[in-house]
Design a protein. Structure first.
Length: 314
């Protein structure tokens, strides 16, 4: 007797996934970029890195590698041209809702920094106490694993499906010091975030805090790996189920910036360039009308796939 396979409608159904650290990427990194949407973006056509977001002074860099094992590579340096102070990488199974903990902290640190003299919490030395980097986990009831290798400390979630490994056997500043992990071992199931030795402890803690956030995340059913499905709670999203807000994509931000620039030029048409912008705006407005002359139907509220950041190939 043949086994009935789930249909496409079932597999594409949106569900709320809990715990969030087992939700996978969902095929896009959009939420992770939302805190730095106002920073310069550069989309690349060649090479493994598809998108680079930098702080205005180029000291912080966020790279998105849509087809690689390491999807995000985030670095910081004292100067734009100096060597990297620390590196954080997130693999292809890491939920972007986890990465957003780091990008949010970086955006806050940068906004509070005096960029003229090079200060910034994102460059401070890590705490001498390993517990500071994983305090959100221990405060949430994650406990120490007594079976960790000599020279290391491991903190494990109550369900045993996530943890943090702290390696105190460090010899170089670029050694891997802290690894946040989730999911069963395996290329398609284990999520990993790896921080080098000089990463400030508060940035690791900000990332760890997102792992213990009880709020579920939205995914389509086919995004959940079959070896993880029995470890998570899936609740179908219905009209009566409040959805987790979708973060604006970098392309949305760019479109908004262009629209605002056009509006400013229209208000102050003082140059020939401004007049050309006004003419372009008039042509765009005319094309948005139906043959009858009435406004065209509004676009859907949710961004289409084409308005998203580069997605990973399947």
């Amino acid at each position: 007797m043949s086994v009935q396979q789930p249909n496409d409608n079932y597999l594409s159904q949106e569900v709320l996934v809990s715990p969030r650290y087992l939700a996978g990427t969902g095929g896009t990194g959009d939420p992770s970029f939302e805190p730095v949407a106002h920073w310069p973006h550069r989309y690349l056509d060649d090479g493994p890195c598809q998108l680079v977001i930098t702080s205005p002074d180029d000291r912080i860099r966020i790279g998105w590698y849509g087809d690689d094992f390491e999807l995000w590579k985030i670095t910081a340096a004292a100067e734009a041209t100096s060597s990297t102070r620390w590196t954080a990488t997130f693999n292809h199974n890491t939920p972007p809702e986890i990465v957003v903990g780091l990008t949010t902290a970086l955006a806050r640190d940068y906004a509070e920094a005096d960029v003229y003299d090079g200060n910034g919490r994102f460059l401070e030395n890590p705490s001498i106490y390993w517990a500071d980097a994983v305090r959100p986990l221990t405060d949430a009831g994650w406990t120490r694993n007594g079976g960790a290798a000599s020279g290391t400390v491991e903190i494990v979630a109550p369900d045993g499906q996530a943890g943090a490994l702290i390696d105190n056997r460090l010899y170089r500043h670029d050694d891997e010091a802290v690894t946040l992990w989730a999911g069963p071992r395996g290329w398609g199931t284990r999520a990993e975030a790896v921080f080098s030795a000089r990463t400030p402890s508060h940035l690791i803690a900000a990332t760890a805090a997102t792992m213990v956030d009880p709020a579920p995340v939205v995914r389509e059913r086919h995004h959940i790996h079959r070896e993880v499905a029995h470890l998570v709670s899936l609740t179908p999203v219905t009209p009566s189920t409040p959805q987790v807000p979708r973060a604006p994509t970098p392309l949305d931000v760019r479109r908004t910036a262009v629209t605002q620039a056009v509006q400013r030029a229209a208000r102050f048409p003082r140059t020939a360039a401004d007049l050309r912008v006004m003419a372009a705006r008039s042509r765009t407005s005319a094309s948005a009308l139906n043959p009858s002359g009435s406004p065209a139907p509004a676009l859907a509220a949710r961004p289409s796939a084409s308005a998203s950041t580069p997605r990973r190939s399947r």
